[in-house]
Structures are given as C-alpha cells and as structure tokens.
Write a protein that binds this ligand. Structure first.
Ligand code: C2E
Ligand code: CA
Ligand code: CA
Length: 425
C-alpha cells in the first residue's frame, strides 16, 4: 500500500493553534482576532486568476507584519487575511483594526495590472481563544452583508444569525415551565469580608443546546419584548428565594438587573413598585450606565420614583461606557458598581489608581457606596480596598451559586463567627 501523506493542517487550523499559543503567553491583555477580506474577490479572480489574488493577499500579510511585528498574521483563505494580537481593550483593538485596514488598502500590481485593493474587516470580541477566529469570520460576513467596512462581532447579532430568534418561543415556554433558574453572587465588605448582599443572575439550560449565556438571551429578549416576562419572572423568583433564605436564618438584600428598555418604561416601574412591601429595601435594582445614557430623562425620573418607594438602585458597569462623572450627580442611585475593566486597570499604573480614587471619592461625597466588580484575586481586592471601594463582587468573593449553596456558605460563616466570638469573648 502506498504510504499516505500526512494530512496537512489547513491554514485556519494552524492559525487557531497560533491563537491558543498566543493566549498561553506572558502577555495578560485580552486577545483579539481581526480578519480582512478582499472586496470584490470574485470579480478580481475572474480577471486576474486565483494565483494572482492569493499572491496579493500574501503581500498584504507581509506588509501588515512589517507594520505590526508583534501580531500573528496568516492568510486563512484565498481572499482572507487574519491577525491575532493583544490589546488593552476593545476600543484599542477596534482602532488598530481600522488603522491596519486603511494602511493595507491601496494600489497593488496584480498579474501586471494596477488594481485598487479594498478590504472589509471583522473583529472578534475578547473571549475564549478557540472561538475568536470563528467570531471574527462571522463579523466579516456581517460587514459584507451590510456593505460596511468594519464589523465587530457581537453575541446578539450572531445569535440572530444562527436563527436564535427561534429561541424566543422556547424562552417563553421555559418561563412557563420554570426551566430558568437564578444564581446569586455574594458582594462582600472589603474591610470585614462579610457578605452584604447578592446579585441574582438568571440562568437558562436549554434541553438540547445546553446552557445559553444570559448575555445572548437577555439581549434577544430585549429586542422581542420578552424582556418584560423575563424580568417579572426574575423578580418574583428573587423574592421567593430571598424568603427561603430568610427562613434559613439569613437576611440579605438581593439585586436584580433591570434592562435599559424597562428603565424608561413608567408602566413597568409602577408594576415593580406595586409588587408591594415584600421588596422594600429587600430588592435592589441594577441599571447599566448605558441604559441611563440612552433614556436620560426617563431614567432619572424613574430611579427617583423607585427610591421614593423604598427600592434602592445601583449604577451598573460604570466606566465601561461613556457616562460622565457629572451624570452621577443627576441620578438618585445609592450604589455605584465599577466595571471589571476599571478594576483591572488598578494594577496598571498610579495614574489609573488616582482616576479611580477620584471617582470613588465623588461617589462617596454623593452618598453612594462603591462596589468593585470582577474582583478575581486577593491582589485585586486589596487594590480595590486601597482605592476606597466599599464592597467587592467577583470570583474572589464567590462564584454565582444556587440558593442552597449560598445558604451553606452563609451558615458556615455564621458558625465560624460565633465560634470566634466565644473564643475571644
Ligand atoms: P452583569 O450585570 O455585569 O453581571 C455580572 C457578570 O459578571 C455575570 O455574568 C457574572 O457571572 C460575571 N462575573 C462575576 N464575577 C466575575 C469575575 O470575577 N470575573 C469575570 N470575568 N466575570 C465575573 P453573567 O451571569 O454571564 O451575566 C452577564 C450579563 O447578563 C450581566 O452582566 C447582566 O447584564 C446580564 N444579566 C444576567 N442576568 C440578568 C437578568 O436577570 N436580567 C437582566 N436584564 N440582565 C441579566
Ligand atoms: Ca449587574
Ligand atoms: Ca456589572
């Protein structure tokens, strides 16, 4: 039998391996993948032939390599070039992708003819390394479909692309059949370590697709108005679980997320307030910075109304968008949650720490307490405490967990505390 040639991994597979290797390296910044696709590829190929087109894409790759020597670059299809790189954040990755696209475009000699090469680019969001290339491809497809130069992968448009809108009828029946659940993530006092409250997050395990990220189905539900039923379910469930926690001897405030779409809806706010005294002070609502910017007048009025009715509000994800400090003064929230991105930056420079410190001081002077989000380590907790944050929430304070586990943890910690009191008493 003739010896079989070993199968060569394709350009794509090799490149995926490169991305995973890059992720395993010393640079801890997130990785992004950008793909650049030749515009009018079919026409170009018809005129010049495949070889000539492939040769152009190889030249583009070489040129990008000179311009960005730290990037991993490869041609992954006849007409597509991919680049993987570390960037501090999404904004920087977007900027570099734009620059690379513009820098690469221009006149090239293809098969002896001067050809104006135009590119479209797709960029992944930061995420698990093995998904980045696929996400960037999907984003490039989106750019081609929408006839735009650039497209950033986003989970909700992807979910749509794969027909996830068909998930919405299933979400409706999951709501009716109680197939959703809540998990609760502790917020701990940075001085004492005591649990001061929890954030309740929704979970959906689809019978065939498995767990679906809330980022995906919550966003879809926002588009289809299913967000109303979903949020009502989450609130009712949070109140019920809080009562169960109370029956087990623990009293904690539960925070639930309120989508931007609902923040501006006076009828919904009335429904929340009409839920009755069960939630006075017991439930807290988290409203994202972006929601407040999108509906400023309504958000300000509705938050004030909630506060008057005894329902406290937090500004969520602060620092992830464009909300200004001046905004804090206008909104009657009593808690500010600093986005994980802000907390991660504390370890970067003294300047970042000073900026955060001044946000924390301003929030305090406005009577808000400050929560550091996405605290994953003791170092990060120490930096947050040194910046004046009052509470921390993140994998370091506890993973989001079902109620039974929360009860176990709280009971264990209460027993330890009383044992200490006896020992020192
Ligand atoms: P969020 O409100 O910012 O919730 C915090 C998210 O960060 C949660 O993701 C949580 O699991 C994750 N997280 C917590 N600690 C850490 C950490 O130390 N490191 C990292 N990398 N992540 C951490 P999750 O549960 O996937 O929720 C994602 C988003 O989906 C939430 O972001 C929120 O915007 C939305 N969401 C979740 N549940 C609900 C809900 O019931 N209603 C609404 N409207 N939105 C929800
Ligand atoms: Ca939140
Ligand atoms: Ca948040």
């Amino acid at each position: 039998m003739a010896a079989m040639a070993p199968t060569q991994p394709g350009g794509r597979d090799r490149f995926e391996l490169e991305i995973v290797r890059l992720a395993a390296g010393a640079d801890e910044r997130p990785i992004f993948v950008a793909v650049f696709g030749l515009d009018r590829f079919e026409r170009l190929r018809a005129v010049t032939g495949r070889e000539a087109v492939v040769d152009v894409v190889d030249r583009l790759a070489a040129r990008l390599g000179e311009y960005q020597p730290a990037w991993k670059i490869a041609r992954i299809a006849d007409d597509v070039l991919a680049a993987a790189f570390h960037a501090a954040n999404e904004a920087a990755a977007v900027q570099w992708t734009h620059e690379a696209r513009l820098g690469l475009q221009g006149e090239y000699s293809v098969g002896g003819h001067p050809i104006d090469v135009r590119l479209r680019a797709g960029l992944s969001a930061a995420g698990p390394p093995n998904a980045l290339l696929r996400e960037a491809d999907i984003a490039l497809d989106g750019a081609r479909d929408a006839r735009v130069h650039f497209n950033l992968f986003d989970a909700s448009s992807h979910a749509k692309a794969v027909g996830a809108l068909s998930l919405m009828p299933e979400l409706r029946s999951a709501l009716q059949r109680n197939q959703l659940s809540l998990v609760h993530q502790p917020k701990r006092d940075l001085k004492t370590g005591a649990v001061r409250g929890v954030e309740s997050l929704v979970r959906w395990t689809h019978p065939t697709h498995g767990p679906i990220a809330p980022d995906v189905f919550v966003r879809l539900a926002e588009e289809t108005a299913d967000i109303y039923a979903l949020t009502r379910w989450v609130m009712d469930r949070a109140i019920a679980e809080q009562e169960a926690l109370m029956a087990a001897g623990h009293r904690l405030q539960f925070a639930v997320n309120l989508s931007g779409r609902l923040v501006g809806d006076a009828a919904f706010i009335d429904w929340v307030i009409d839920r009755g005294p069960a939630q006075r002070g017991a439930l807290r609502l988290e409203i994202t910075e972006t929601a407040m910017i999108e509906h400023p007048a309504d958000a300000i009025a509705n938050v004030a109304q909630l506060r008057t009715a005894g329902i406290p509000c937090s500004i969520d994800d602060f620092g992830s968008g464009l909300a200004s400090l001046g905004y804090l003064k206008r909104i009657d929230a009593d808690e500010l949650k600093l986005d994980k991105g802000v907390i991660d930056e504390l370890s970067r420079s003294r300047r970042d720490r000073l900026i955060t410190r001044s946000i924390v001081d301003l929030a305090h002077s406005l009577g808000m307490s400050v929560v550091a989000e996405g605290v994953e380590s003791a170092e990060s907790a120490a930096l947050a405490a040194a910046s004046g944050c009052d509470l921390a929430q993140g994998y370091f304070t506890g993973y989001p967990m079902p109620l039974a586990e929360l009860i176990n943890i709280l009971t264990g910690e209460a027993e330890q505390a009383s044992a200490r009191a006896v020992a020192t008493g």
